[in-house]
Design a protein around this ligand. Structure first.
Ligand SMILES: Cc1cc2nc3c(=O)[nH]c(=O)nc-3n(C[C@H](O)[C@H](O)[C@H](O)COP(=O)(O)OP(=O)(O)OC[C@H]3O[C@@H](n4cnc5c(N)ncnc54)[C@H](O)[C@@H]3O)c2cc1C
Length: 402
C-alpha cells in the first residue's frame, strides 16, 4: 500500500493506494482478494459489516454446505445459461475441497453431493482469512462505503472517513436476501452507476405462500413428505413442508427459483407409486378408504382425500373416479400467491447482467478495471452448496485476472 495526498483545497486528505479494492468480504470477495493477494497484488478488502463472511457463518445450519460435487452449469439459473461455464470449469469443487483439506478441515457428504464441515462454518471463514493474510490483503470492516467514483483510470472509494484508490474495483457485495444481516442492493446501485444493466432481482430458494382455496393446506403446518415438485420445466424430488404461510422444504425452495408470479406449482405426492396403484389398492383392499390407502402422513392424507371428495370405501368407487384421483395426486396444482420475500430468501436470482461481463475474468466489458463476482451477478445456484461454488469460482476468476 502506498499513500499520497489529494489536491489540497480546504484540507489535505490522505489517499491510500492499492492495485485492487474488493467491496464486500463475503464468500466471493474473500476468495477474490486472497487469490489476487497471493499473486502479488496489493489488495484492500472492505465490508460495512462488523465481521467478514456473515452468511458463511450462518450457512448450512452453522456447518456451511461449502460445495456440491455434482456442480455443473445446468445447476445454475441465469439469463445466459452459458456464462458460468468458464469460471466453474477453471475452479471446480475439487479445487475448493483441496483447499479445505490443506487447512485440515474435516467434512462429510450429507446428501445429494452436498459437502458440509464436520465442525463449524467458522472454520471456512478462518481458512479464507488465513488465505487473505498469506496474500497480504488489507481487510477492513465496520464502516459504510460512502462514495465510489471513477476518473483517469482510477476508482476512488470513501470508506468511513478514509479515502482509498486503485485501478481495479471488484463488486462483491452480494444480493439483498436477508436484509437484517446487512444484505443490500448496493451492488446493483453501483453497477447502474457505471452503466451496467441489472436483471430484475427476485427472491429465490424461498418459501411460497398460499391463499384462496389453498389456505386450508396451511392447517397442515409442520407436515413434511417426499414429493416431486415442478415449476415450469424444472422438477425436483426432495421433501416438501407445509408451513403456516404455505409451502417450504427443499423441493419447494428449489422450484421457487424457477417460479414466476401467476404460475402454478405442481406436486406429485406419490412419486414412487406405480401407474394404476389406486385401482390395484381397490382390488386388494376394497374396504379401505382413500385416506388410509395413501402412503402419506395422516393429516396430509386426510386433507387430500377430503379435497378429492371420494368418501367411503374404495370398493364403492368407480374405476374412472379412482383413475382421476390418482391423476390429481400425481399433478396436484397449487397456485402460490407469492413468496416470503427477500427476508426469507436464501439467495437472490437476477442481478448484474452477465451480458455486461467477461465470462473469463468477470470484468465489465465497458469499464476496464471494474469487476463483479458472486451473488451480485445474475447467476443463481440450486440449493445444496452450488451458490458457494459459484462464489468461489467467480471470485477466483476475477482474482486471477486482477
Ligand atoms: C441462511 C442462509 C444459508 C445459506 N446456506 C448456504 C449453503 O449452505 N450453501 C451455499 O452454497 N449457499 C448458501 N447460502 C447462499 C450463500 O450464502 C450466498 O450465495 C453467498 O454467501 C454469496 O456470496 P457473496 O460473496 O456473493 O455474497 P455474501 O456472502 O452475501 O457477501 C457480501 C458481503 O458484502 C457486504 N456488503 C453488502 N452491502 C455492502 C455495502 N453497501 N458496503 C460494504 N459491504 C457490503 C456484506 O456485509 C457481505 O459481507 C445461504 C444463504 C443464507 C441466507
Amino acid at each position: 500500500m502506498g499513500w499520497r495526498s489529494q489536491s489540497c483545497t480546504d484540507a489535505c486528505v490522505a489517499v491510500f493506494d492499492y492495485d485492487a479494492i474488493v467491496l464486500g468480504a463475503g464468500a466471493a470477495g474473500l476468495m477474490c482478494a486472497a487469490v489476487a493477494g497471493q499473486r502479488g497484488r496489493r489488495v484492500l478488502l472492505l465490508d460495512h459489516a462488523d465481521q467478514v463472511g456473515k452468511k458463511i457463518l450462518i450457512s448450512g445450519g452453522g456447518r456451511c454446505n461449502f460445495t456440491n460435487i455434482y456442480t455443473r452449469p445446468e445447476t445454475y439459473i441465469s439469463a445466459n445459461p452459458h456464462f458460468a461455464k468458464s469460471a466453474l470449469a477453471r475452479y471446480a469443487p475439487a479445487d475448493f475441497i483441496a483447499l479445505v483439506e490443506r487447512h485440515g478441515i474435516a467434512y462429510h457428504e450429507k446428501t445429494l453431493g452436498q459437502l458440509f464441515c464436520d465442525g463449524s462454518a467458522k472454520q471456512v471463514v478462518a481458512m479464507l482469512l488465513d488465505e487473505c493474510a498469506r496474500g497480504g490483503v488489507d481487510v477492513r470492516c465496520g464502516q459504510p462505503v460512502r462514495q465510489v467514483t471513477h476518473a483517469d483510470g482510477r476508482f476512488a472509494v470513501r470508506f468511513g472517513d478514509l479515502d482509498f484508490a486503485a485501478p481495479n474495483l471488484v463488486i462483491a457485495t452480494g444480493g439483498p436476501s436477508i436484509p437484517k444481516m446487512g444484505a443490500s442492493g448496493f451492488a446493483y446501485d453501483l453497477a447502474r452507476q457505471f452503466g451496467l444493466k441489472v436483471v430484475e432481482p427476485r427472491p429465490a430458494l424461498v418459501p411460497l405462500t398460499l391463499g384462496g382455496d389453498d389456505v386450508l393446506f396451511r392447517e397442515l403446518s409442520g407436515v413434511a413428505t417426499p414429493v416431486e415438485a415442478r415449476a415450469g420445466k424444472a422438477a425436483f424430488r426432495e421433501a416438501a413442508l407445509f408451513t403456516h404461510k404455505g409451502l417450504s422444504g427443499p423441493a419447494i425452495l428449489q422450484v421457487s427459483s424457477y417460479w414466476r408470479h401467476g404460475e402454478p406449482v405442481t406436486i406429485d405426492f406419490l412419486p414412487d407409486a406405480a401407474p394404476g396403484w389406486l385401482l390395484d389398492a381397490k382390488r386388494a383392499r376394497p374396504r379401505a378408504t382413500l385416506a388410509s390407502a395413501l402412503a402419506l402422513p395422516d393429516r396430509l392424507a386426510q386433507t387430500l382425500a377430503d379435497r378429492l371428495a371420494l368418501p367411503g370405501e374404495l370398493g364403492a368407487q368407480t374405476d374412472r373416479k379412482l383413475a382421476d384421483a390418482e391423476a390429481r395426486l400425481k399433478r396436484w396444482t397449487f397456485r402460490p400467491n407469492g413468496t416470503e420475500g427477500f427476508a426469507k430468501a436464501e439467495v437472490t436470482a437476477g442481478g448484474i447482467s452477465t451480458a455486461n461481463l467477461s465470462s473469463q475474468t468477470m470484468m465489465a466489458k465497458s469499464v476496464p478495471g471494474l469487476y463483479a463476482v458472486g451473488e451480485a451477478v445474475d447467476v443463481t445456484g440450486w440449493l445444496g452448496g452450488y451458490n458457494f461454488q459459484w462464489a468461489w469460482a467467480s471470485g477466483h476468476a476475477a482474482g486471477q485476472a486482477l
